[in-house]
Write a protein that binds this ligand. Structure first.
Ligand SMILES: Cc1ncc(COP(=O)(O)O)c(C=O)c1O
Length: 418
């Protein structure tokens, strides 16, 4: 039998760090990653046959649980008809129609291949549409790895303790202004757009304070800048209408990814039709993709969306709320100073007493303790993300019984930490 350690050794010879996305390498928690062979519902299995209750769920790409039969059937049947054509298809139109129907700000949408492509393209569109150079982002928000946005990033950039990335020149970020989260910045008439995670989910979970999103809307309107919601995590997770439906604040452009591909590579950006019509082939802002609107990804996405509705989201929200309260209590009763903030169907894990409202606060989380807790959980069959700045993804497959089991395991794991 191949072991995780053997595979990691092989991987490191041919893949930098042995992984295709940095946080997966277990760098901040130590040890060898588990190599997954299959997954079903709330579970994943590794090459050694270990089974884990999975709170990673592909960092939020999976909401129905792994290998949901409706998604699997849709992908299998699409694959039999060919995997990519380079010509438009009916399913692209249907997925675009579904997205436009459900997301309040989106009148038109363009499908791309990842969240990174979505934010990168939305920024270019905002600059092209307004004719202005500056982009405002918030410290600790992660918008993928496009050059202009790779400064003060959350997620893996935070886990690795990097201010940004080597290879990104000063020139490339000269027009990127970084502001503290939950504090409305004063903009000027050189600002093309403000991009924000409407619920920050890459520096742990930090909900917007009252008035923050409304304040951003008003300040963008005051100077004629575009407001971009990066809903790559919150889209179709906080509800059918994402964070904008949840909070009732409507951005000009919205970026999507993750859930809308059901685990296949996809992204999307959309918004007001007058802005979207600046895109090629109608307008002068160029954007393209060989695999964009891919037949398998659109089949999976449509299958997922067909299962999502208001009652499912409200059930999920109640479950997450009970889970967050129960988990926080279990950890604190065992002497671990933990906070489990929840917002709608999202919840995070902050190891400290004072729940943060911005990146400076988020960085106070006890990363050493997180690593210990991570391994104590993993040994007992519960997988959380191997990075202290990620959130926990509770989906449809995490029934109350599953979540209660996770809380019980967490209590046991926490009791072992000295
Ligand atoms: C809010 C947000 N935006 C953008 C991205 C980038 O998406 P992708 O990893 O698909 O490029 C992520 C990825 O985690 C994200 O969380």
């Amino acid at each position: 039998m191949t072991t995780n350690a053997e595979l990691f050794d092989r991987a490191r010879r041919v893949i930098p760090g042995g992984v295709n996305s940095p946080v997966r390498a277990f760098g901040s928690v130590g040890g060898s990653p588990y190599f997954v062979t299959r997954a079903e519902g709330p579970h994943v299995w590794d090459v050694e046959g270990n089974r884990y209750l999975d709170l990673v769920q592909s960092y939020g790409a999976i909401i129905l649980g792994h290998a949901h039969p409706v998604v699997v059937d849709a992908v299998l049947s699409a694959a039999a008809d060919g995997t990519s054509y380079g010509a438009p298809t009916q399913r692209e139109v249907e997925l675009a129609e579904e997205i436009c129907r459900r997301v309040p700000s989106i009148e038109q949408v363009r499908l791309v291949n990842s969240g990174t492509e979505a934010t990168m393209s939305a920024i270019r569109l905002a600059r092209g549409f307004t004719g202005r150079p500056k982009v405002v982002k918030f410290a600790g928000c992660y918008h993928g790895h496009a050059d202009a946005l790779l400064v003060a990033g959350g997620s893996g950039v935070a886990t690795l303790g990097l201010p940004g990335s080597a290879g990104v020149t000063e020139h490339q970020v000269a027009e990127t202004v970084v502001a503290p989260y939950n504090d409305v910045p004063v903009l000027d008439d050189q600002t093309a757009c403000v991009i924000v995670e409407p619920v920050a989910a890459n520096m742990g979970l930090i909900p917007p304070v009252a008035g923050f999103l409304e304040g951003l809307r008003a300040e963008c309107d005051r100077v004629g800048a575009l407001l971009i919601f990066d809903e790559v995590i919150t889209g179709f997770r906080l509800g059918d209408g994402g964070a904008q439906g949840f909070f009732g604040v409507i951005p000009d452009l919205t970026c999507l990814g993750k859930v809308i591909g059901g685990g296949l590579p996809i992204g999307a950006f959309g918004g007001r039709a007058d802005i979207m019509s600046s895109l090629a082939p109608v307008g002068p802002v160029y954007q393209a993709g060989t695999l964009s609107g891919n037949p398998l990804a659109t089949a999976a996405g449509l299958a997922v969306l067909s299962q999502l509705n208001d009652s499912l989201f409200s059930t999920l929200q109640q479950r997450v709320s009970r889970f967050a309260t129960g988990l926080e209590r279990a950890l604190r009763d065992a002497g671990v100073p933990a906070r489990v903030p929840a917002c709608g169907t999202l919840c995070g894990l902050y190891l400290g007493d004072e729940p943060p409202v911005d990146y400076d606060g988020a960085k106070q989380t006890d990363e050493r303790l997180y690593a210990q807790l991570f391994h104590a959980l993993l040994e007992r069959g519960v997988a959380i993300a191997p990075g202290a700045y990620e959130v926990m993804m509770v989906g449809v497959a995490h029934t109350d019984e599953v979540l209660e089991r996770i809380i019980a395991i967490a209590a046991e794991a926490a009791a072992t930490l000295g």
